[in-house]
Ligand binder design. Sequence first.
Ligand code: HEC
Length: 121
Amino acid sequence: MTRPLLLASCLTLAAMASPSAPAQTAAAPATASNAPLVGDAGNGRTLTYTCQGCHGVEGYRNVYPHYHVPRIGGQSSQYLVNALNEYKRGTRRHPTMQAQAQSFSDQDIADIAAFLSELTQ
Ligand code: HEC
């Protein structure tokens, strides 16, 4: 007897359950040219000060060895630029790293990559 009503409420539930369109407009800032930015390692050193608590850049020892933190010192600069841009755009997800990367401009990222890639063991 309440079939139409039941059907109607099912449809309402389904409509409510369906995810609203995700506001994924990760507007990648259009860079003026495609020329790779030249990183300033000196500025990168300053910018990476906060990274050391987790990544232990100096000495390559993790401050918190109980969870995995990738080594970032000595990686190729392109690798570092890619990783930071992925966090920045949200294509790679990690709350802390996304927060870090989103605070950086493209030039900051180039500077960080220049500094970190020059580190050797
Ligand atoms: C609170 C701890 C923390 C801080 C601070 C932090 N990181 Fe990270 N970082 C991590 C963790 C954990 C990962 C691994 C996340 C994952 O699995 O994607 C990571 C991943 C990365 C990666 C990717 C490495 C790879 O091999 O894929 C880069 C590059 C990086 N961090 C750079 C930085 C830079 C530059 C800073 C400072 C501006 C910084 N991180 C600050 C914890 C931190």
